[in-house]
Write a protein that binds this ligand. Structure first.
Ligand code: SUG
Length: 444
């Protein structure tokens, strides 16, 4: 099968975007804890990135933010009264849970799900497993609404299989596509699915930072998708200890090319050999490995060189690396990027996008998008109302300007006015994205 394209579905950044320091092991999240955020700038930066990709000719979809503050979750903890009272009581009695209930973390769509294109699935459908994200409380609240959004975007059950998340238990901790890289000769051809895991389900783990993906979760996702070409690789333990909370912080791949830091995998030689074996008869993998001596892990993480989008723009025969501006600001990362673009290798061009608001929570360009390979017929079966056109970009930008605050401290998350503002914004958004009334719990 040929003629497939790689679409991106980005998480639209929600009105409660804030720096609450909720993710241990994510250095940016911890470092910026308590700082004031700018939700308006954040949503506009995200939209500009989406538009840049759409302008390059790649299909671009919008995944709606979730309802936050998450009042239904707080009610499950026994907080009662009006919605404003629930929020106030939760902030008084259980502030950490209240903060989790306010996070705009669904913006990081790379963690929304793992996707298997139809070319790799035995039943010829595109498969999605929303990630249970159990490692962090705030993120564990995402998967049900994520499934709803994926059902809305991929409504045709003949072509798309949107599964439930794996059981939300630590043994099956799953962070979605952030730990998955698909390599292939062309998007529509059968691929190699590199699944990177941090620990085993029953392994004792007392390292300072959590390993967010279990081997068994990766295996289960591949099994239920009936996916071919799976290669499982252990994430480098030193990488996790250094702040690599997802593999996509130090690794990205597209088509035949895998671009990664030398600490990304526990066994680099073994991982490369396994990829080569799985690719036999399909394509010749190209490995671009960056040595710690050229780029120490700390620089790779702070500059997010590898959390870039690696894409092939229509009409180009080489790849484009779309990096955050932080990569350009780091001399060592910039030098690596420059040398890639200046070489005759698979990456012909490097571009920079400003997603600084998200970056300060550890979310780069690659975190904000979920890649979905689609054939022409599958693309035609997606929900057109959720596809970013120039017109929708204009409407969503105006919507963000109108509804979002330009300054939010974590303390402001307790403000009941923010609850009303957010609901007004999301209520209007359901119309803009054609989601229908009842998409959000507060609308039911
Ligand atoms: O899960 N940050 C997110 C960033 C996710 C990045 N995604 C990928 N690498 N694919 C996380 O750690 C921080 C929220 C806060 O601290 O307020 C946060 O959830």
């Amino acid at each position: 099968m040929s003629g497939a394209v790689e679409a991106n579905a980005d998480g639209l950044i929600g009105p409660t975007h804030s720096y609450a320091g909720l993710s241990p092991g994510n250095l940016a999240s911890s470092l910026n804890k308590g700082e004031a955020s700018n939700p308006r700038a954040a949503v506009l930066q995200g939209l500009d990135k989406m538009k840049a990709l759409a302008d390059l000719g790649l299909p671009q979809f919008v995944l709606p933010p979730h309802e936050r503050p998450n009042i239904p979750f707080l009610r499950t903890l026994g907080f009662a009264g009006t919605d404003a009272e629930v929020l106030e009581r939760a902030w008084t009695d259980a502030p950490s849970f209240a903060a989790a209930a306010c996070s705009a973390s669904p913006m990081w769509a790379a963690n929304a799900a793992t996707v298997t294109p139809s070319a790799d699935a035995a039943d010829g459908r595109v498969h999605f497993t929303p990630a249970n994200l159990v490692t962090n409380l705030h993120r564990s609240l995402e998967h049900q609404q994520t499934k709803r959004a994926l059902d809305a975007l991929f409504p045709d059950a003949e072509r798309f299989a949107v599964h439930d998340a794996l059981s939300p238990v630590a043994h099956l901790a799953d962070e979605g596509a952030a730990n998955h890289v698909r390599l292939c000769a062309e998007h529509g051809a059968p691929g190699v699915n590199l699944m990177v895991w941090g620990r085993e389900a029953f392994e004792a783990w007392d390292d300072p930072y959590p390993a967010r993906q279990t081997r068994e979760a990766s295996q289960a996702v591949m099994r239920r998708h009936r996916a071919s070409g799976a290669v499982l690789a252990r994430q480098g333990r030193a990488a996790i200890a250094g702040g690599t909370f997802h593999n996509d912080v130090v690794c990205v791949g597209a088509l035949q090319t895998l671009f990664f830091h030398d600490l990304a995998f526990e066994d680099t030689a073994g991982t490369k050999a396994a990829i080569r074996r799985a690719a036999e008869g399909l394509f010749e993998p190209i490995f671009l490995e960056v040595a710690s001596t050229d780029l120490p892990l700390a620089d790779a993480i702070s500059s997010y060189l590898f959390n870039s989008m690696l894409i092939q723009a229509p009409g180009d025969d080489r790849l484009t690396l779309i990096c955050p501006t932080e990569t350009r600001d780091n001399p060592l990362s910039h030098a690596v990027a420059q040398s890639l673009a200046g070489s005759n290798g698979p990456i012909g061009r490097v571009e920079y996008v400003d997603v600084r608001q998200s970056m300060r929570n550890g979310g780069g360009p690659a975190c904000l998008r979920l890649r979905v390979v689609l054939t022409e017929a599958e693309l035609a079966a997606t929900n057109p109302a959720m596809r970013l056109t120039d017109e929708l970009y204009g409407r969503l930008s105006a919507w963000g300007e109108r509804h979002y605050r330009d300054r939010l401290t974590p303390g402001d998350l307790a403000d009941p006015a923010l609850l009303d503002e957010s609901r007004r914004a999301l209520d209007e958004l359901t119309g803009l994205l054609g989601l229908g009334a009842g998409f959000y719990p507060f609308q039911r």
